[in-house]
Design a protein around this ligand. Sequence first.
Ligand code: DAK
Length: 260
Amino acid sequence: KMSKTVLLEVKNSIGYITINRPEALNALSSQVLTDFNDVLDQVEQSEEIRVVIVTGAGEKAFVAGADIKEMDLMSPIQAFEYMTFANNTFTRLSDLRQPTIAVLNGYALGGGMELALSTDIRIGFEKTVVGFPEVGLGIIPGFAGTQRMSRLIGTSRTKELIFTARTVKGQEAYELGILNKLVSAEELLTSAEELAAAIMKNAPLAVEKAKHVIQVGSELPLKNAIRLETEAEALLFSTEDKVEGMRAFVEKRKPVFNRK
Ligand code: DAK
């Protein structure tokens, strides 16, 4: 369909998700969230997609936040429903079995920052602008930004960012640990693709299990998290790719993995 506000393209086992509403700096309207869910359905069901790259259409923005014009008209109940829908969508993104990389090609503010925090790895450049403008609008980050940012960079740094609503550019975002990589404008997409290629060299089920254990384990007491790791590890001993990976090492050749 021509009107899609979220696009999915699959190439070389990478799923490229593009938030495609450049006239509103890719702001997250309910339509965007609905289309994003359709794309997540496809990514979840795809046997081809091994890594996901999320970016924003146009030159200026990744995502400039929740749609302020739409929020302006909401009743508390509508706000509750919108926020629940967005949170469910972002949790689906964060729970994808495939590793996800956000390419922050410009503004990633409010809900856009929160979308990026729901991916595994973030890449930015000098013109990346991140931040939480919410308190300036009379609200707080409502798509788990208070929680996911705290878990990423700590509560004190998160409080400073949220209380002041100040925006942070690429270099500082990198120093704060919000960005994994800071690259040049030309390298934004290629560095994400290189990262994807480095991930895809490895056994897919092992990468998926590692993601799951890190994700779920971070919410558990250490003892239980270590137990989860042990059980995931033991399960991987039942896979063909584990046999192949170790055999290839012994035979001094490159492994060929089949996600089996
Ligand atoms: N929503 C709707 N439209 C937006 C938008 C947004 N967040 N951001 C930009 N646009 C639109 C602009 O209105 C403009 O459209 P026209 O007026 O031309 O029709 C177009 O995109 C281009 O934007 P600008 O003309 O403003 O572009 P500039 O380069 O001058 O400025 C900017 C770029 C990113 C600095 C500026 O656009 C800006 O400050 N945007 C807003 C950033 C922001 O405050 N984002 C929202 C953060 S709050 C919830 C709870 C919490 C949340 C949601 C729901 N519930 C309880 C329901 C979370 C909320 C947030 O995300």
